[in-house]
Structures are given as structure tokens and as C-alpha cells.
Ligand binder design. Structure first.
Ligand code: ISE
Length: 336
């Protein structure tokens, strides 16, 4: 029988997940689209053939004709809705971040631990991206030697209007916090955050530059520039003792004209990470069917680790000082 999925939130990502479920996920069906705006829910439902619409997320989660939940509503609703899905004993693919508060992430962890099983797969989709996978494979097969540094650039065309100053760190950077931690197999022990002089730091999406130190002694730097203007541009280089690996974006053509040769940038993350989203959602479907948590997917513990370093990053920026992170004890449920 097909897995009946409810999507909560029909904004940019919710609509994209609805498309993936409807068009790219054999074995799954789009049962309900839920959004506070009925117009938005109806639009996605009509476009991707959902059976029903709703404006009540809790009632949607509890429906008998829903097997799995996909949360793509605003950040502050992620943890409460993930808790409701756990309460209803339904597997949930929750968009990142799990929460901007590490305390809320702990609540989700406690709920899973007390039920003795995992329900929450977290949407840090870059773990499924073929370019990051190859980067990690080059480290794991020894051809790079030991990893010493990882450079990361994360540029958006324009920050959304609702972006606050700290969201470069709490909403965008968690992708890099998570994927660098995943590639390196390390945890962070300190973070320093800088901003270029002369910018309006209170501006929506003002750029930040971070330097993180891992418990293995590696350095990770992350530039977040949510107003880069020219395109969606994510770059990364992993530097080892014997070589390095750059990420390539999936760009299929190079155009020549007007005395120039040029490649195009995607306008946002969806085309750049389309394959990552597809593979992530496929892994989620398998999780729903088998109960086996996908080995490379992020879980509630990874969400907690990302939220903790983001909180430390906000503090480092406010204080203008390096902030250290104490080690944290991972519950055995997450030691897969
Ligand atoms: C957004 O929420 C995402 O997840 C995108 O991947 C990221 O590029 C963007 O900065 C975030 O706001």
C-alpha cells in the first residue's frame, strides 16, 4: 500500500516537497496539504493532486488516513509539530532547523528517548548531495590524508523580508554546521564570528564570517551572504594533508555569446540541491516503510548539535569574542 503523506506548510519548500512526493516518489501519495492560508494549501493540492487540504496542523498529524508527516512550515513551528508527530507515533521528515533553540531540540530528543525509537528525520539534505558525498568518500578512503580545513561559502540572491540579523547564523548556516560536521565526523568545540567593517549589521541578512574549531583540531570557515545579488552559490573545499576536494554544482551547459563564455547560477537552493532533496525524501519513504533510520540522514541529535553551535555563534557575534562549546553526551538511541 502506498504511504500517505501529509505536508504541513505550503510555502516555497512545502510546495517543492509536494512536487517531489507527487512526481518523484513512487510508493508515496500526497494525502493532505495543510497551511494557515487555505489559498496556498489549495494551490499546492491542485497542482500536485492532493486528496485534501487543511488549516489545522495538529488535526492533520492525527488523521487516521495519514501515515507520515512532512513539516515545511516556519522554523518556530518545527519542534512543536515534530513533538505532535512523535505523540501520534508517526515518522516525520522535518525541514531544518529542528529549532533555533537547543532547549526545544532537547525536548524532541527526550520525547524520542522516552518512546525508545526515532521518528524524526531532519531535512539537512546536503548529506544526500552527490558532491558532498564524493567529498566525504575521498576523506573516508584515505586519498586526501587527514582533513585539516574546510572552507564554505553560502550565498543567496536576496534575504527574505522576514529574515532577522541573526538568521544568517540560525537559519542559513545550520546547513554548513551540519554538513561540515558530517563530512569531517567531528564536533565543534569553539566558534568565532566576524562581520566586515562598514556594513549595516542590522540589515536583513547582513553577511557573517565564522571560524569554527573541531574536537579533532580542524578549522572550518563559513561565509554566509544572504544578499549576494548574483545567484545562489554554495561552494566548499575540504583540505587534507595530501590533497583537496572542491564541490561542483550540477551545471549542465556553458553558453558562449557577446564575446563571453558563461555558466548560469540557480536563483535559489531548489535546483542546486534537487537531487539531494529527491534522495533524502526517498530515504524517508524507506524509513517509514521499514522503521530503519537512514544511515546518512540527520536526526534530532544532529538538529540539537546544529542549534547549539548556532546559539554559540549568535553569542560570539554579540560579544565579539570566541565562544567555546562543552562536549555533550549523545543518548544511545542516536549511536547508529
Ligand atoms: C533556507 O531556509 C534554506 O534552507 C536554503 O538552503 C538556504 O540557502 C537559505 O539561506 C535558507 O534561508
Amino acid at each position: 500500500m502506498s504511504v500517505r503523506v501529509a505536508i504541513i506548510g505550503a510555502g516555497i519548500m512545502g510546495a517543492d516537497h509536494a512536487r517531489i512526493v507527487a512526481e518523484d516518489l513512487p510508493g508515496a501519495s500526497l494525502q493532505v496539504v495543510c497551511d494557515a492560508s487555505q489559498e496556498r494549501a489549495r494551490k499546492a493540492a491542485n497542482e500536485y493532486g492532493a486528496g485534501d487540504v487543511s488549516d489545522d496542523p495538529l488535526a492533520t498529524i492525527r488523521r487516521d488516513d495519514v501515515d507520515a508527516i512532512l513539516i515545511a512550515s516556519p522554523d518556530e513551528t518545527h519542534a512543536p509539530l515534530a513533538l505532535a508527530a512523535i505523540e501520534a507515533a508517526k515518522p516525520v521528515l522535518c525541514e531544518k532547523p529542528l529549532s533555533q533553540s537547543s532547549k526545544e531540540c532537547q525536548d524532541v530528543i527526550e520525547a524520542e528517548v522516552s518512546r525508545g525509537r526515532q521518528f524524526v528525520q531532519l531535512g539537512f539534505m546536503r548529506r544526500f548531495d552527490p558532491s558532498y558525498r564524493e567529498m566525504k568518500a575521498a576523506l573516508d578512503d584515505g586519498s586526501l590524508g587527514a582533513a585539516i580545513m574546510m572552507h564554505n561559502f553560502h550565498r543567496n540572491v536576496e534575504a527574505p523580508a522576514n529574515f532577522t540579523g541573526r538568521m544568517a547564523i540560525t537559519n542559513s548556516a545550520p546547513h554548513e554546521f551540519d554538513v561540515a560536521r558530517f563530512v569531517l565526523g567531528a564536533d565543534y568545540k569553539a566558534i568565532s564570528v566576524f562581520q566586515p567593517a562598514g556594513i549595516d549589521a542590522s540589515r536583513t541578512g547582513a553577511p557573517v564570517f565564522m571560524v569554527l574549531e573541531t574536537d579533532k583540531g580542524q578549522l572550518v570557515n563559513i561565509e554566509i551572504n544572504n544578499n549576494a545579488a548574483y545567484g545562489y552559490d554554495v561552494r566548499g573545499e575540504l583540505v587534507g594533508e595530501k590533497g583537496s576536494v572542491f564541490l561542483n554544482a550540477p551545471i549542465h551547459t556553458r553558453q558562449n555569446g557577446r564575446l563571453m563564455s558563461y555558466e548560469r547560477y540557480a536563483p535559489d537552493w531548489r535546483p542546486r540541491f534537487a537531487e539531494a532533496y529527491r534522495l533524502q525524501n526517498k530515504a524517508f519513504l524507506n524509513f517509514v516503510r521499514t522503521g530503519e533510520f537512514p544511515p546518512i540522514a540527520a536526526d534530532a541529535w544532529d538538529g540539537y548539535c546544529a542549534a547549539r553551535v548556532a546559539e554559540a555563534g549568535v553569542e560570539a557575534l554579540q560579544k565579539g569574542a570566541r565562544v567555546t562549546l562543552a562536549g555533550a553526551e549523545k543518548p544511545s538511541l542516536y549511536k547508529h
